[in-house]
Design a protein around this ligand. Structure first.
Ligand SMILES: NC(=O)c1ccc[n+]([C@@H]2O[C@H](COP(=O)([O-])OP(=O)(O)OC[C@H]3O[C@@H](n4cnc5c(N)ncnc54)[C@H](OP(=O)(O)O)[C@@H]3O)[C@@H](O)[C@H]2O)c1
Length: 268
């Protein structure tokens, strides 16, 4: 079987570099081109084995036309993603998008565009399988215990707080139980140190050097607590999810949001 031809958009970024290194070791895949803002025209990017180099440009349309990929993997910034989506679908290229910060309107535009052009797209705000499972287990537990708080911990350079994963976890837990969580009555003047409230769940955001991405969901009931915790130790954790998405996206048309469906955790 021919390998799946992949172009990486955001190739010089932290995720882009890790993805190229990983895909070069995948026998079923071939990285055929790379795009990033820093690339000069007509340059080449050496692959990790240093035997081969692939076309590397800041011009996404040129790389899509000349390299003819099956899949474009995007880890850039939301502004750049929408441009990439419009170019890729015109050329019949499937999309795996990890860039965060896409709005609901942008997601519905992606949905409409991929349907209209009969290509596939997987958009996942978190490709770490453990993080997806942590959110799934939190949704299951949400029906049985009435109180919950989330502690999310990230490196000091993270732009947003609370994290997108913490916000989605809290919202998904409330949907799963059909109502917001209960909150213990407020006692005294402690509110400023109690974090953000979402659906009755207090989210605490810790930002420190030395951290990468960590989240703990703590549910409480009379005489007991249940903790569900995920720790990202390195960016390697995202790679199995990205590989799964590349393999699946070429078999599907339309938008799949999140890895839950691909992992069989949620009905299609
Ligand atoms: N879904 C997940 O599981 C997951 C996991 C980790 C990260 N992410 C997301 O993935 C994205 C990238 O993360 P990262 O840590 O790799 O960030 P990063 O190191 O800043 O990499 C982003 C790369 O994209 C490039 N870029 C920005 N705008 C561009 C454009 N218009 N055209 C071409 N290239 C452009 C950047 O170039 P410059 O440096 O010149 O701006 C940079 O090289 C972020 O949105 C992050 O939140 C998602």
């Amino acid at each position: 079987m021919e390998p799946i031809r992949v172009v990486v958009y955001g190739a010089s970024g932290k995720m882009g570099r890790e993805i190229i290194n990983t895909l070069c070791r995948e026998p079923e895949m071939k990285v055929v081109g790379a795009v990033d803002r820093e690339a000069t025209d007509e340059s080449c990017l050496p692959l990790p084995d240093e035997w081969e180099a692939i076309p590397f440009s800041s011009d996404l349309d040129y790389i899509l036309t000349s390299c003819q990929p099956d899949v474009l993997v995007d880890f850039t910034i939301a502004k750049a993603t929408m441009l990439a989506v419009r170019l890729a679908i015109k050329r019949g290229v499937n999309l795996v998008i990890g860039t965060t910060g896409l709005t609901t309107d942008e997601l519905s535009e992606i949905d409409q565009l991929v349907k209209a052009h009969q290509v596939g797209a997987v958009v996942a705000p978190n490709f770490a399988l453990g993080a997806v499972l942590m959110m799934h287990l939190a949704r299951v537990a949400a029906k049985y215990l009435d109180y919950a708080e989330i502690i999310e911990r990230h490196h000091q350079l993270k732009a947003d707080a609370p994290s997108g994963t913490a916000l989605s976890t809290a919202r998904a837990m409330a949907i799963a139980r059909g109502k917001p969580f209960s909150r213990p009555p407020e006692r005294g003047k402690t509110l400023p140190s109690r974090g953000e409230q979402v659906e009755g769940i207090t989210i605490h955001s810790v930002r420190l050097p030395g951290l990468l991405a960590h989240q703990e969901v703590i549910l409480g009931g009379a005489g007991q607590t249940l903790s569900i915790r995920h720790d990202t130790i390195s960016r390697e954790c995202y790679m199995p999810g990205i590989i799964l998405a590349i393999k699946e996206v070429i078999k599907r048309q339309g938008l799949v949001y999140g890895l839950d469906t691909l992992l069989g955790l949620q009905e299609e």
